[in-house]
Design a protein around this ligand. Structure first.
Ligand SMILES: [Mg+2]
Length: 187
């Protein structure tokens, strides 16, 4: 039986309040909030420099990304940031640090407050906002996924010939991405 440092056992009665509180909170979080899973590179991070390592994040955010992320939090979603960087501890740490800094910069530059129901008083308040996001290292049970290298499956495999994948380019790699062609004209 597990004991504490004095040799007293961790009885069920002793552990119950802590366990009950933790489970209830976890259940509330999981049951009440639908999850949006958002890719990082090319979606939040502009990724114009390409891959430099799981923990190297050199570029600024994609235009509008910070406002969109904060908007999803306000709308009551759990915002899970899930990337190929996520399997690396350093990668998750670097994404959190980068997002905190970018939200703080956004706020300093006159963007919206990162905490909708409280005043942000200092840079640290804004930088710590990354804690309101979730940072899974396995695929989350999301209701929707936002990714720059994904196609929506509509039940028809004939829409996915292999040449479509070979020719696939994410939005920022298309020479004409600023012209915003209709999806059917992009391939
Ligand atoms: Mg990506």
């Amino acid at each position: 039986m597990a004991t504490d440092r004095t040799g007293a056992p961790f009885s069920a009665e002793r552990m119950a309040p802590m366990t009950r509180y933790r489970n209830t909170w976890k259940e509330m979080e999981e049951m009440s909030k639908p999850i949006i899973s958002i890719d990082f590179d090319g979606v939040i991070h502009s990724y114009s420099s390409g891959w430099k390592g799981a923990h190297v994040i050199p570029d600024p955010p994609v235009e509008g990304a910070i406002d969109a992320l904060l908007g999803y939090l306000d709308a009551g979603f759990e915002v899970a940031i899930f990337s190929s960087r996520s399997k690396s501890l350093l990668g998750r740490w670097a994404m959190k640090r980068w997002l905190g800094k970018e939200i703080a910069k956004h706020w300093e530059a006159g963007g919206r407050s990162p905490i909708y129901d409280a005043e942000v008083e200092c840079w640290g308040d804004a930088a710590g906002i990354y804690r309101r996001f979730s940072w899974p290292w396995f695929k989350p049970a999301a209701i929707i996924t936002i990714d720059d290298r994904a196609l929506t499956f509509d039940g028809d495999w004939s829409e996915f010939p292999p040449q479509r994948f070979r020719n696939f380019k994410p939005w920022n790699k298309r020479p004409d991405y600023k012209t915003m062609l209709a999806p059917e004209d992009r391939y």
